[in-house]
Ligand binder design. Structure first.
Ligand code: UP5
Length: 196
């Protein structure tokens, strides 16, 4: 379903590593489009047509686990189709989070990513940022218990995805512990180097 679409960039990193923040900056400067898969799921949990599915997604998010691939792929497929326009690239923020999802995407979309940005950050920094945001955010998963589970899911299930792109020579590793502008400078350099 990506036929004719601009290059696709997967945006990976632990919860709170700054994926969303950096995506917004890339969109602003590079005329990329951005699809946040977590946001698609939160939207479905709050406003989707099927009340059983709504409740189910809400519970999975609350446990910090990964929503089954078939559900996510359906939402992502729809979003990608709607977003294929005049953009220079598409950022897929927070996906894939499991090897199985990476494989399903390649199979169904007919292509993988051009490359993947990986925002690398220690567990302590991730935890600190999410707890700080939790004081003001509306996100139901920004509480200590869910944050712990999100981190566990990241290290056990999502890390192999990062290793997969590393092995394929597609991983762009970025030190995400520095301040927002410093991280973005490096992102920018990497995009410019790739001709964007
Ligand atoms: N901040 C950002 N950058 C900073 C910096 N350099 N220095 C200091 N502070 C910085 O940032 C997080 C916080 O840190 C903010 O307060 C920010 O100001 C500050 P943000 O840019 O939001 O980081 P991000 O990595 O996007 O964090 P987020 O919490 O959104 O990441 P998650 O990966 O947890 O969230 P996502 O929305 O992708 O997924 C949510 C859930 O959806 C998952 O837990 C999972 O249950 C589910 N999901 C699936 O099941 N399947 C999928 O395919 C995708 C999601």
């Amino acid at each position: 379903f990506l036929h004719g679409a601009p290059p696709l960039v997967f945006v990976l990193g632990g919860p709170g590593s700054g994926k969303g923040t950096q995506c917004r900056k890339i969109v602003e400067e590079f005329h990329f489009d951005s699809i946040c898969v977590g946001e698609l799921l939160r939207r479905e949990a709050h406003g989707g047509d099927d009340p059983v599915l709504r409740r189910y997604i809400e519970e999975v998010l609350q446990r910090g686990e990964i929503v089954p691939t078939a559900i996510t792929m359906r939402l992502l497929h729809k979003a990608c189709t709607e977003h294929v326009g005049t953009h220079r690239g598409i950022l897929v923020d927070g996906f894939p989070r499991a090897i199985e999802q990476a494989e399903a995407f390649e199979r169904e979309a007919g292509a993988g990513c051009a490359f993947a940005l990986y925002f690398e950050c220690s567990e302590q920094v991730l935890m600190g940022r999410l707890l700080a945001r939790g004081q003001t955010s509306q996100r139901a998963d920004d509480n200590m218990e869910t944050i712990r589970m999100r981190l566990r899911t990241f290290y056990t299930t999502s890390m192999p995805v990062i290793e997969r792109y590393q092995q394929q020579g597609k991983l762009v590793r970025l030190n995400a512990e520095r301040d927002v502008e410093q991280v973005y400078e490096e992102v920018r350099r990497e995009l410019l180097r790739r001709g964007f």
